[in-house]
Ligand binder design. Structure first.
Ligand SMILES: [Zn+2]
Length: 116
């Protein structure tokens, strides 16, 4: 995915994949309502259309060229909540638990000495 913007809950990506054009090119004449056809992944046909339009209407020389792209918004993956917390907690608790057992063992041996 080609990530563009990431918010707290959503990620906006440029849509890529089979059948998805990198860009859709088109142009329109600024002097009249004429518009070129739209072409996927190739702006050359749009340039040719513009030249042909000017050749037909010599005073029409300014065009608005557009490139359109597909965007997709997907839920943001919550990698933070899927972190390695259980293994970390076990790693921290392990030595502490062993230390507690040692302390209890020491007390167990110490207590009978007190009662006697
Ligand atoms: Zn025109």
């Amino acid at each position: 995915m080609n990530e563009i913007v990431r918010s707290a809950d959503w990620v906006l990506c440029r849509e890529r994949g089979p059948g998805v054009p990198e860009g859709i090119y088109g142009a329109e004449c600024m002097s009249c309502e004429a518009r070129s056809p739209l072409f996927d992944d190739d702006e050359l046909p749009v340039a040719v259309w513009s030249i042909q339009h000017t050749a037909e209407f010599p005073e029409h020389t300014l065009f608005l060229a557009r490139t359109e792209r597909h965007w997709r918004v997907v839920p943001r993956p919550h990698e933070d909540t899927q972190g390695p917390q259980p293994p970390d907690a076990g790693g921290v608790l392990g030595p502490a638990f062993v230390g507690l057992m040692c302390l209890l063992t020491t007390l167990a041996g110490f207590l009978p000495a007190l009662t006697n």
